[in-house]
Design a protein around this ligand. Structure first.
Ligand SMILES: [Zn+2]
Ligand SMILES: [Zn+2]
Ligand SMILES: [Zn+2]
Ligand SMILES: [Zn+2]
Ligand SMILES: [Zn+2]
Ligand SMILES: [Zn+2]
Ligand SMILES: [Zn+2]
Length: 1732
């Protein structure tokens, strides 16, 4: 069947390819009825090309469609071969200066914060880089897809609208030229024809709903072939769809995943192909299976030819999009065709049809036509406007469709509003001509129909569907924001009219919110269910910016402002028309004043937090106050209609509610209320909530008698009784036994005083006080920084943002703060400038309680540091604007004085708990404010003004009968000496001092007399004061000392843990200074130091005593004592790898004896350097293991370490470890003989050894070799540890199960020693540090133990195995007949070879009685390997002779090396490249051999313990010579060859005759050359957006061309991966793992360092279960990282931080870092790292 189909298809293809596009086009050109001709053509061919089988074949379809269908259209359009026609068109085109690049998902976009008209104006990367904005303050974001580059749009940019590329075109094209003039007339006609036909065809077929016929097309062959088409919805999950499909259409899981992925991406996919019944059957199964809980998945059985035509319809739309790209003229024609009204009138144009059908189309189709709209209608200035009108007229319907649709907004045509409404001229036009503002608001209201009886929105008992709709409807608010975002520069009458009409609609909206979600205090029982509150707050939050923007609009035109004010007032009166109804008014009276008000208790009746109408009025009132009218003719304002008590009533209730909540009176109303109060004050809402309520109270007070205001306020706070009735206060404190009530009232009094402070003190908004906008923002910043220094992002979060996401901070920050740059960690911080501290107001209204107390503490501390007194008096304030000026009188009103007097009286009487210190503190603050006010009045006194503010007089007056209370001043003086008020003394003193200053001022201006007798009191008190002060200071000093001591010991404890490195370095300094003493001892002073061989410098042995960190016992390290061990961590490593693609061999068969010079995988050992008894460690580890098993049974959680794999944390520093290394005395001393007479030379030695090896082989053949038991000097405990560590190295290094008998164990031990030394040598070289004396103590200890261990390990392994290893190793250099087939010298890492040879040699030596010293053997082995390495270097050296200027010296070395090289040429049969420059060769050789010599020096140093000569402990010249001397080598290395020429010539010949060497020289294979360069992490670009761009161009390698959702860059090799996604999961050791984990196994043998590009986050992975995130090395200008790329500030590479990451990698500390991170943050343990 399949084969038949295939054959049939091929036959058709063949016939199709015979069609001639040109001939068809000619036929069309002559046709009378073109549409008929074209339709016939399509009807015949489309079903032959598309939908021929169950699966689409896009490549074949595209190819055929281009040939048979599109080809003729292009011929027709061009009137000639399109291969010539289109380029001609392109050339003749005067392209528009718009860029219009449509963004891909994840592509970086840029917005200029200085020049963009609003934040939606963005540039593509290319345009941005060529624009002036790259030098401005810009923001970078990643696009969510859709949207296009605004380069060239003059309306989008205040400055620099063009980039360099698009600017070129502007000079030539006049703005409004008709692009059609550039096209020949006949072409215009043809374009009209073909566009009209094809566009109509596409629209008709896409919007077609019938199943068995086609629009205007005949069904040529009516076959019984159908598709079962599955559509996307947002209800069902991936898993549900996959499961259902497997059941319904019998496919594999893999196929089902494929279907589901396509459905999700394209919006639909056929899941079955066949006759109708067959498809219908699948449909019913799917519907049945998915209809249980939710609405079923959408499935449709469609005839194959309909699907075919739809596929081609989409293709046509794409084709149209690309054709109009050739010419702006063609684009205009297409726009015209699209917007032309059809015969059915309104909404019958093709564009309208598509738009209105949008919500019924599948995702893929929507995407295609949206793209076409963007590249056509939105790119043509004339038609953009016409399209905007169509869009606005259909707005209501489009939005309703969108509400019903379940796709995200980005897939809806409604989303185009951002492209249209944000164009200022279009927005203005749509407001005035299409009444858009009103339309949007009305549409919004229409969709929120749920109301209560008063007509207010009601969100309680909201169904899921309503909640869903509510989420969707919020996008309309966004549209409103777009329309308002650019403010008009001039107003026409029409605009005024339409704006005010919109304003009316907006007030209607706010009216529905005024008083919504009312609450009543719950008494007795706790509420049963938390009421719904979030919806109302969401609405408020979304509207906040719109409300602010509407006020901004009003502010621009006085006429509009006054009209709006009147309208708003009317609506407010409507809202509260009934508020005085019902009960009789009550009368309040105090201090001879009385006022009438209503009876209302917040604690008993309904109250609402939502008062947007009141708040809008408050906002408009402030704007009015700013106008000129308000200064000159306030009587012209509609103020007379205001009823101040009505204005303040509701805001006051709301503020009282907050106070009561704070006093704990609403506890039974649950958390919802607490949350609401939180948001009410939060920076996101407060601007249009809390702030405006304060403004409304200020407005009220300024228009009424302050005494009246205060009495109403007392009444609403339910405190009227306490203050109005003399002695009530006393009763209240003594009689009342209910402590809770007293506490409650105390809090309410505190809150009320705080509110008065705010009403008087908050005058930093322009319009209230005489300030400008920057004063307001400065004050906010000052108060934030008073709490503590803050990072830029913290400040931004604490400040309100405007509609352009700006806080205005940058313009003022320098005036109030200094910036401190970050170090290697942490972030940059802003610190408050000291001179700004005087502006600090303790009762700043935006402080939360916690912030207030932190700020208070910080500011007092600062004052103490500056040795000032600690009073925090109120700052001097700017004067009020005239409209608010009378407000200050509240401070000197009778009721206020009464309240203050009463509270002071309580404090003086100091009885019981009826008052609180906070209460007093606030009264003192108010007193201070009043004094500041009076002082300023006096200072700014001008001739004609009389000071009406006479606070000082009033507080000097004693109370009247019957109380006869003392004056406020007198009470203050009393309190000054009260012992219980120590903390407030400074403040009281400040008040008295200020009082005196004012008195003097008054006297000098001789305005009024002030009561005398103050002088004495002042003097007396000052003596007292001094004494108290001294005592206080002493006390503070004592406390501080104690605190410091405590801190010190705490710090010490932390220090060791957190700064191991540092700590150890200091130890090391001590260490080197002490060991310096040893070295200067006469034994070795001045002598030449030699590390090995018969000449090796003797070192006096010194006892090594160490302490166990577990039992704190000291012990000497000796061969026969109990073992001491170091915690150690062994890991496989590829850090030095020169071949990351190498396939790791099967560990069970792998022979690690020879290390390949590509070092592709080594075994690294590290240690934190902490020492334990072996038995203490055993006990500790057993306990950890037991605990862990219990824990895992109980909690089933991972830990940061894997006990089953032998992992544990160092008990001291919590460093991850997986084994221990035993500490040993220098092992060679035990076996070395000290008789040096008559040692053989190299030639003799090799001969002897060869004979011995022969003998060994003979011996071995005879009897089984014995263990080295009899000569093992170590204690049992040490032997056990030798085995433990050896086995661990074997297990980790080879990834096999532990087996201590395996002959590969000793090889792995030597290998780990060699590899670890090599890594450390590289780190030192990269950091330009000298070889010795600069290693941190832990590494030094680790290398010592590791080398000694590796040297001693043979004593616990099979002697014959070790001997065998030695023989094989040696045979690679000195061939014998037994060992054939060894790697050639090009394929051996010589340092590994050296270490293995030297460390296995004792196994031979111990059975030898020829009298040759072990040292001699070492020396000869070393020389032999060195010579082999020299040959290796010379063979592989890629010297370019003419590369560099050579000096014309002919030194001995150069001559010698040239001779050697010539000999090599000879041996290789002249295959070696001819080099005649000895200078180059010698230079190359020296550079190539250096790392080897340095490693060897380290190795012999740790092996034999000979101190390093001081010359190689510093960087300097002649390092090479010093090294040679230390290593007992001649400076002229080639001398080695000459000295031993008899044997060497033979050896060299044998090395060079190897087949592999020949192949290499013939260029048939590759070999490593020397010196190997150090590996580094990849280079990262300076600008982070380069990476974003790179990632946006990266698509998933597995699912053809799809964008990867989490592109992740391997920092080791630079591979980009598709992380955290199903598509790229692979199986690893039987588990599904993500792309990153899989990559670590090939690239980093389990360890990986990645950069998650979208998140801007570094990821460390180790194994499958361990990982952590690490701060990225990219910082913004404020020294902060931006993990998650949320802020969008430009990011640049911080080289130091990147180096730090690189160092972690080179030092093999990634796993350790992860361990520490996971210990510190347990949530990291729970993440499924293997899926990343
Ligand atoms: Zn662009
Ligand atoms: Zn551009
Ligand atoms: Zn700019
Ligand atoms: Zn111990
Ligand atoms: Zn440790
Ligand atoms: Zn993928
Ligand atoms: Zn990699």
């Amino acid at each position: 069947m399949a084969a038949d189909l295939e054959a049939e298809v091929q036959a058709i293809d063949k016939s199709l390819l015979e069609c001639s596009a040109e001939e068809i086009a000619v036929k069309w050109l002559q046709a009378n009825d073109l549409q008929k001709e074209v339709y016939q053509h399509l009807a015949y061919y489309v079903p032959k090309i598309y939908c021929r089988g169950p699966n689409p074949a896009p490549q074949r379809e595209d190819m055929l469609a281009q040939h048979v269908l599109l080809g003729p259209m292009e011929w027709y359009l061009c009137g000639e071969d399109p291969a010539f026609g289109f380029p001609k068109l392109e050339q003749a085109n005067k392209p528009s200066h718009l860029c219009g690049r449509v963004f891909k998902v994840g592509e970086p976009t840029y917005s200029c914060r200085d020049c963009a008209v609003d934040p939606t104006c963005v540039l593509c990367m290319e345009c941005f880089l060529g624009s002036i904005h790259r030098e401005h303050r810009y923001r970078m974001t990643t696009s969510g897809g859709g949207g296009f580059c605004d380069c060239g749009d003059t309306e989008a940019w205040k400055e620099g609208p063009y980039c360099q590329k698009h600017e070129l075109n502007t000079s030539e094209t006049p703005e409004e030229e008709d692009p059609l003039v550039h096209l020949p007339e006949d072409m215009v006609a043809r374009a009209y024809n073909i566009f009209a036909i094809t566009f109509k065809y596409a629209v008709d077929i896409l919007t077609w709903e019938k199943e068995n016929e086609l629009p205007g097309l005949e069904m040529i062959e009516k076959s019984d072939t159908y598709y079962c088409m599955l559509f996307n919805d947002e209800v069902h999950t991936y898993e549900q769809v996959i499961y259902t499909l497997q059941k319904a259409v019998n496919c594999t899981q893999k196929e089902a995943i494929g279907f589901a992925t396509t459905v999700d991406r394209d919006g639909r996919r056929s899941v079955r192909y066949g006759d109708f019944q067959y498809c219908d059957q699948a449909k019913s199964v799917i519907v049945r299976n998915t209809s249980r809980q939710t609405k079923p998945l959408k499935v449709q059985v469609m005839h194959s030819s309909i699907v075919a035509h739809q596929s081609f319809g989409l293709k046509l739309l794409t084709w149209l999009g690309s054709v109009i790209g050739y010419s702006d003229g063609l684009r205009r024609i297409l726009c015209q065709v699209g917007l032309q009204e059809g015969p059915d009138g309104e909404n019958s144009s093709l564009v309208d049809k598509l738009m209105l059908y949008d919500s019924k189309l599948w995702k893929g189709a929507r995407n295609v036509y949206h793209q076409l709209f963007m590249s056509s209608l939105l790119m043509d200035l004339k038609y953009k406007k016409l399209f905007a009108i169509r869009f606005a007229r259909n707005y209501e319907r489009l939005q309703s469709d969108f509400m019903k649709d379940d796709h995200d907004r980005e897939f809806s045509i409604a989303d185009l509003s951002i492209q249209i409404f944000t164009v200022p001229s279009l927005a203005r036009m749509l407001i005035t001509e299409e009444n858009l503002m009103t339309t949007i608001i009305k549409t919004f209201m229409d969709h929120l129909r749920h109301r209560d009886i008063q007509g207010r929105f009601q969100f309680e008992r909201y169904t899921a569907l309503q909640a869903f709709k509510f989420r969707r409807v919020q996008s309309l608010i966004l549209d409103l924001k777009y329309v308002l975002i650019s403010k008009p520069t001039e107003w026409s009458d029409e605009l005024r009219h339409k704006f005010l009409e919109g304003f009316d609609a907006f007030l209607e909206l706010l009216k529905c919110m005024q008083g919504m979600d009312p609450i009543t205090r719950q008494v007795g029982q706790h509420i049963e269910m938390e009421p719904e509150w979030e919806a109302a707050f969401t609405l408020q939050m979304k509207l906040t910016l719109v409300i602010s923007m509407i006020q901004d609009w009003c502010a621009l035109d006085e006429k509009v402002l006054i009209e709006a004010y009147k309208k708003c007032l009317t609506v407010l009166m409507q809202c509260h028309s009934g508020f005085t109804d019902g009960e009789q008014p009550i009368v309040l009276s105090m201090c001879g004043h009385s006022v009438e008000t209503i009876r209302y208790c917040v604690s008993q009746e309904k109250v609402s937090i939502h008062l947007p109408v009141s708040r809008l009025l408050a906002g408009l009132h402030v704007l009015l106050s700013k106008t000129e009218v308000a200064y000159k003719f306030p009587e012209l304002l509609p103020l007379s209609e205001l009823s101040p008590p009505m204005l303040i009533e509701h805001p006051l209730r709301c503020l009282v509610l907050c106070a009561q909540v704070h006093a704990g009176m609403w506890r039974r109303n649950g958390f919802s209320l607490v949350n609401q109060i939180y948001y009410y004050h939060n920076v996101k809402c407060r601007r249009e909530m809390f702030d405006k309520d304060i403004v409304m109270l200020q407005t009220g007070v300024s228009m009424m008698d302050p005494n009246h205001f205060l009495m109403i306020m007392l009444s609403r706070f339910e405190l009227y009784q306490i203050f109005s009735t003399p002695d009530y206060g006393k009763r209240f404190s003594t009689e009342n036994t209910n402590k809770d009530v007293v506490q409650q009232n105390n809090t309410l009094i505190e809150e009320m005083l705080y509110l008065i402070i705010m009403i008087v003190g908050e005058r930093f908004s322009p319009g209230i006080g005489q300030v400008n906008a920057t004063d307001e923002i400065k004050r906010e910043i000052i108060h934030q920084l008073s709490i503590r220094p803050m990072a830029h992002s913290e400040l931004v979060k604490a400040l309100p943002e405007d509609e352009n996401r700006e806080t205005g901070m940058e313009s003022v920050i320098e005036e109030v703060a200094c910036f401190k740059k970050p170090g290697l960690t942490g972030r940059g911080l802003y610190e408050l400038k000291p001179e700004c501290a005087r502006n600090f107001n303790l009762y700043f209204y935006h402080f939360s309680r916690a912030e207030q107390s932190k700020a208070e503490e910080a500011q007092r501390k600062l004052k103490r540091q500056n040795r000032e007194d600690t009073a925090l008096p109120p700052p001097a304030l700017p004067p009020f604007c005239p409209l608010f000026a009378s407000l200050v009188n509240i401070l000197q009103s009778d009721v206020m004085l009464c309240i203050m007097g009463t509270i002071l009286q309580w404090a003086v009487e100091h009885n019981g708990y009826a008052w609180s210190e906070s209460m007093l503190q606030r009264v003192l603050h108010l007193l201070g404010m009043a004094l500041q006010e009076e002082k300023q009045h006096l200072e700014n006194l001008s001739e004609e003004n009389v000071v009406t503010f006479t606070f000082t007089q009033k507080i000097s007056r004693p109370g009247e009968a019957p109380n006869n209370s003392p004056s406020i001043l007198a009470m203050l003086e009393t309190l000054q000496n009260a012992p219980h008020l120590e903390v407030h003394k400074d403040m009281i003193r400040w008040i008295l001092k200020t009082f005196n200053t004012i008195k003097k001022l008054r006297e000098s201006s001789s305005t009024s007399p002030v009561a005398e007798t103050e002088g004495n009191i002042m003097e007396e008190s000052s003596r007292d004061k001094d004494k108290a002060e001294r005592k206080r200071k002493a006390e503070i000093a004592r406390l501080r000392r104690e605190k410091i001591m405590a801190q010190m010991s705490e710090m010490q404890r932390h220090f060791i843990n957190e700064n191991k490195e540092l700590f150890q370095q200091t130890l090391e300094e001590l260490d080197t200074s002490t060991s310096g003493v040893h070295e200067n001892s006469p034994v070795i002073s001045d002598a030449k130091l030699t590390a090995l061989g018969p000449e090796q410098t003797r070192v006096a042995e010194h006892r090594q005593v160490v302490m166990c960190i577990l039992c704190q016992e000291e012990q000497e390290v000796k061969v026969d004592s109990r073992a001491m061990v170091l915690a150690a961590f062994i890991q496989r490593s590829t850090v030095l790898s020169k071949n990351r693609n190498k396939i790791t061999p099967d560990p069970d068969k792998y022979d690690p004896l020879f290390m390949h010079p590509d070092l592709s995988c080594g075994t690294h050992t590290g240690s934190c350097g902490h020492i334990m008894h072996a038995h203490c460690w055993q006990r500790y580890f057993d306990a950890v293991q037991a605990k862990e098993q219990r824990r895992q049974q109980r909690l089933r959680v991972h830990t940061s370490y894997d006990v089953e794999n032998g992992e544990f944390l160092c008990p001291l520093c919590e460093c991850l470890s997986n084994t221990v290394i035993p500490l040993l005395p220098p092992p060679r001393v035990l076996f070395n003989r000290l008789d040096f007479s008559g040692q053989p030379n190299l030639t003799q030695w090799i001969k002897t050894i060869s004979q011995q090896i022969k003998a060994l082989y003979l011996l071995r053949d005879e009897d089984c070799a014995s263990k080295s038991e009899e000569m093992n000097p170590y204690s049992e405990s040490i032997k056990e540890m030798l085995t433990t560590f050896g086995t661990a190295t074997y297990k980790v290094g080879l990834k096999v199960h532990p087996n201590e008998e395996d002959p590969r164990v000793p090889i792995m031990c030597w290998g780990s020693c060699a590899y670890t030394i090599q890594t450390i040598e590289r780190i030192l070289a990269d950091e330009d540090k000298p070889l010795f004396g600069h290693l941190p103590c832990r590494q030094d200890d680790c290398l010592t133990s590791l080398t000694r261990f590796a040297a001693a390990h043979w004593t616990v392994s099979s002697l014959s195995a070790v001997q065998g290893h030695f023989c094989t190793l040696l045979a690679s250099l000195v061939p014998n007949e037994k060992n054939g087939n060894l790697p050639c010298i090009l394929d051996i890492d010589m340092f590994h070879l050296l270490v293995s040879l030297v460390l296995s040699f004792p196994a031979i030596h111990c059975q030898d009685f020829s009298g040759v010293s072990l040292g001699t053997g070492d020396l000869h082995l070393f020389h032999l390997v060195t010579m082999a390495h020299i040959v290796q270097i010379l063979l592989t050296s890629s010297t370019e002779e003419n590369g560099m200027d050579q000096e014309n010296t002919n030194s001995e070395e150069e001559v010698a090396v040239l001779t050697l090289y010539k000999f090599l040429c000879q041996c290789t049969g002249s295959a070696l490249k001819e080099i005649s420059s000895g200078w180059h060769l010698w230079r190359n050789l020296k550079a190539g051999i250096m790392p080897f010599l340095r490693c060897s020096a380290l190795f012999f140093h740790y092996l034999n313990g000979v101190p390093a000569p001081s010359e190689i402990q510093v960087n300097g010249t002649n390092q090479f010579e010093h090294l040679c001397s230390y290593l007992s080598l001649p400076n002229n290395l080639t001398c080695l060859f000459q000295e031993n020429s008899d044997i060497l010539n033979t050896l060299i010949e044998s090395w060079c005759s190897n087949n592999e060497v020949k192949r290499y020289l013939e260029g048939k294979r590759h070999a490593i050359s020397y010196a190997r360069e150090s590996n580094k992490l990849i280079d990262l670009p300076d600008d982070y957006s380069c990476l974003i761009n790179q990632a946006s161009n990266f698509s998933c390698p597995k699912s053809g061309g799809d964008k990867s959702r989490a592109p992740t860059l391997c920092l080791v090799c630079g591979t980009m991966l598709c992380s955290q996604s199903y598509c790229c999961q692979t199986e690893l050791e039987g588990e599904d793992v993500g792309a990153c984990t899989a990559h670590t196994y090939t690239c980093g043998s389990g360890v990986g360092i990645f950069l998650r590009v979208r998140e801007c986050q570094v990821l460390f992975l180790a194994g499958k279960t361990k990982g952590c995130f690490y701060p990225p090395p990219y910082l913004d200008d404020y020294g902060e990282t931006d993990q998650g790329l949320r802020r969008g500030n430009p990011l640049h590479l911080c080289k130091e931080r990147f180096k730090k990451i690189q160092k972690l990698w080179q030092q093999h500390s990634i796993t350790e870092e992860i361990g520490h991170a996971q210990e510190a943050n347990q949530t990291l343990v729970g993440i499924d790292w293997q899926h990343l």
